[in-house]
Write a protein that binds this ligand. Structure first.
Ligand code: ATP
Ligand code: FE2
Length: 329
C-alpha cells in the first residue's frame, strides 16, 4: 500500500491505495474561506493543522499499520507554494519515521491517472477541467501531451471568481450548477475558442454586466454553464477528430458537473465512443489519486531522496515523465 498526501490548494487529503488500485482509505478536509477567494497562507495553516489528524484517521479507517505502507507519496506541484510545502513536510516526516521511499507526484497527472484507472479505457483522450487547469490531453512518447488548454484562467477559477463577485462563497462551481437548474433563457456571452484553446476572462466581464443589467440569476448561471461547457465540448471534439480517437475520460473538480458530463457524453456517443467520469469524490482533489499515482511512480523507480524532494508550484502536466505508459518494444 501507498499513502498519498494532497495539499496543492484548498483541500488537505490523505488516501491509502493498494497496488491493485483498491482505495483502502480516503479522508479529506477542505479549507473554506469565510469570504472571498483562497489566501495561500491561510489555506496552508489549515493544512498544517489538519494533516496529522487526517493521516491518523486514514490509517485507522483502513486498519493499516505503518509496516503495511510501502512508500509515501505527495503532490509536488503544481499548486500554491505554502500549501504544497505543508503536505511535503508531513510526507518527508512520515518517510523518515517509517523508513520508506518518498514519491513526488504531479497533481495533474494524478487527476488523469485515477480517472483512467477507474475508466478501464487504456488510451483515452482526457479532458482535465479543474480549478487551475483546463486541458485536453493525450498520451504520447513518454508524457501526457497538452493539445489545447485555457489561455487565461482555469474554468473552475473562473466559476469561483464569478460566484464570489456575485456575493457568494468558495467554491462557486457546485452552487452555480444548482442555480442553473432553474434557468431557461440563454443570454449571449463571449464564446472564445481558438483552435483547441479556450479563454474565459471575456465571459467573466460580460456575465457581471448581465447581472448589473438585471438578468435573473438562474438564467445567468444557465447561460454561463451552457456557453462555457459548449466551449469545452467543442475543443474535445476537435481533438478527437484530429487524433482519430473515440473515447473520452473526464477528470478534475469541474468534471463533477452534470451538465458538462451530459454535453460531452452526447458529443462522444454521437461519434460512437464512450465517456467516463469518476465519482465526485475522486474528481475533486483527493489523497487517493496521489497514492495511486505514487504506486505507478514507485513501480517505475521514480522516488526522490529527501534533499531532492522540493515542491514545484509550476510543474505542468507535460513536464513530467510517465514511464509506466511506455510499451516494451
Ligand atoms: P487544479 O487541479 O487545477 O490544481 P484544484 O486542485 O484547485 O485545481 P479541484 O479540486 O480539482 O481543483 O477542482 C476544484 C474546482 O472544481 C473548483 O473550482 C470548484 O468550483 C469546481 N467544482 C466542483 N464541483 C463542481 C460542479 N459540480 N460544477 C462545476 N464546478 C465544480
Ligand atoms: Fe486538482
Amino acid at each position: 500500500m501507498i499513502l498519498g498526501i494532497e495539499s496543492t490548494a484548498h483541500t488537505a487529503s490523505v488516501g491509502i491505495v493498494s497496488e491493485h488500485a483498491e482505495i483502502v482509505a480516503l479522508v479529506s478536509d477542505m479549507y473554506r474561506p469565510p469570504s472571498g477567494g483562497i489566501h495561500p497562507r491561510e489555506a496552508a495553516n489549515h493544512h498544517v493543522e489538519v494533516l496529522p489528524g487526517l493521516v491518523a484517521s486514514a490509517m485507522e479507517a483502513g486498519g493499516v499499520h505503518p509496516h503495511d505502507i510501502e512508500g509515501v507519496a505527495f503532490a509536488q506541484g503544481p499548486g500554491l507554494g505554502p500549501c504544497l510545502r505543508a503536505g511535503a513536510t508531513v510526507a518527508r516526516t512520515l518517510a523518515l519515521v517509517w523508513d520508506r521511499p518518498l514519491v513526488p507526484v504531479n497533481h495533474c497527472v494524478a487527476h488523469i491517472e485515477i480517472a483512467r484507472q477507474l475508466s478501464g479505457i487504456d488510451d483515452p483522450l482526457l479532458l482535465y477541467a479543474s480549478g487551475g487547469n483546463t486541458q485536453v490531453i493525450v498520451y504520447g512518447a513518454g508524457r501526457y501531451r497538452v493539445l489545447g488548454e485555457t489561455l487565461d484562467v482555469g474554468i473552475g477559477n473562473f466559476l469561483d471568481k464569478l460566484w464570489i463577485s456575485l456575493g457568494g462563497t468558495f467554491p462557486g462551481g457546485p452552487q452555480l450548477e444548482a442555480l442553473a437548474r432553474d434557468g431557461s433563457v440563454l443570454h449571449p456571452l463571449p464564446y472564445l475558442v481558438h483552435g483547441m484553446d479556450v479563454a474565459f476572462s471575456g465571459m467573466y466581464t460580460a456575465a457581471l454586466a448581465l447581472d448589473k443589467a438585471g438578468v435573473a440569476r438562474a438564467d445567468l448561471a444557465y447561460s454561463v454553464e451552457v456557453t462555457a461547457y459548449a466551449m469545452l465540448t467543442e475543443i474535445t471534439e476537435r481533438a478527437l477528430a484530429h487524433r482519430r480517437r473515440s473515447d473520452v475520460v473526464l477528470g478534475g473538480g469541474v468534471a463533477c458537473n452534470g451538465r458538462l458530463r451530459n454535453m460531452v457524453r452526447t458529443m462522444v456517443e454521437e461519434r460512437g465512443g464512450t465517456l467516463f467520469a469518476p465519482p465526485n469524490r475522486l474528481c475533486v482533489d483527493n489523497g487517493a489519486m496521489i497514492a495511486w499515482t505514487g504506486q505507478l511512480n514507485l513501480r517505475s523507480g521514480r522516488t526522490a531522496p529527501i534533499e531532492e524532494s522540493g515542491v514545484a508550484p509550476r510543474q505542468r502536466t507535460d513536464l513530467v515523465p510517465v514511464p509506466w505508459r511506455e510499451r516494451p518494444g
